[in-house]
Design a protein around this ligand. Sequence first.
Ligand code: URA
Length: 287
Amino acid sequence: MNRRAQFLEVLGIATEWVPRERNDAPAEAVPATATAPVAQAPAAATAAPLAPVAAVIADVAEPVSARVKPLARAPAAPSLVPAVPEPGSAQADREAAIATMDWPALDAAVAGCTACGLCQTRTQTVFGVGDRQAEWMLVGEAPGENEDLQGEPFVGQAGKLLDNMLGALGLARGRNVFIANVLKCRPPGNRNPEPEEVAQCEPFLRRQIALVRPRVIVVLGRFAAQTLLRTTTPIGKLRGTVHAYEGIPVVVTYHPAYLLRTLTDKARAWEDLCLAREVHDRAGAGA
Ligand code: URA
């Protein structure tokens, strides 16, 4: 089974969805999320791994470069978004120190972090896993129960789906991908992260991203997307556009745990990963 077919099977999409013909609708009426189930993909189109990426997103109205929205560093702050610390404050000093750490120092800082109350309930911190020179970075929300026990992100059911999604893209955990969460400690009972926890933890993620310097960041789920992009825009509206975090292209998609429950959005996740693949390839071509 080729990767495309494998991916669709993993996502539980029985009938393959392919884009409308360009002429079916005016370009501006076809958002990145809009595809129509018109036919099985022809055999030739499924032969090469990920060759259909361009075809799948061919009906996107604008080229990727035109859809890149520069990220304003500190736009309107939603409730989740930490305030910029006062210059000279302890928090500003802490963030400045984290921003200069190398991998071993960052590893140690996360492992020993007591900056918020989550340190009292965690089993262990979950730093992140993978290739530290990866071209791809995936960012989730926070460790759950399994991750807290094993010290690795996305090891539960959602992680299995994530691994399969990576496989369909020709990637694997630890090979050209680094996976991290916004929070490095589990919120008890998997409750939503608190703004103060995000404020304390996001500098670690920012430093991880700066050290990896991936070509593309795929953000998994509403929480991580809104945190990284400093917005309250719903995830459905953040998808299909290329955003940026610290100058690195960001593609937003649904959280794998959500996809396990929501059949109807699985095809959209495929589109998102196709978009991310195109962004990745373009970034490589321009490198
Ligand atoms: N959900 C996340 O967002 N991250 C994990 O590591 C596990 C589940």
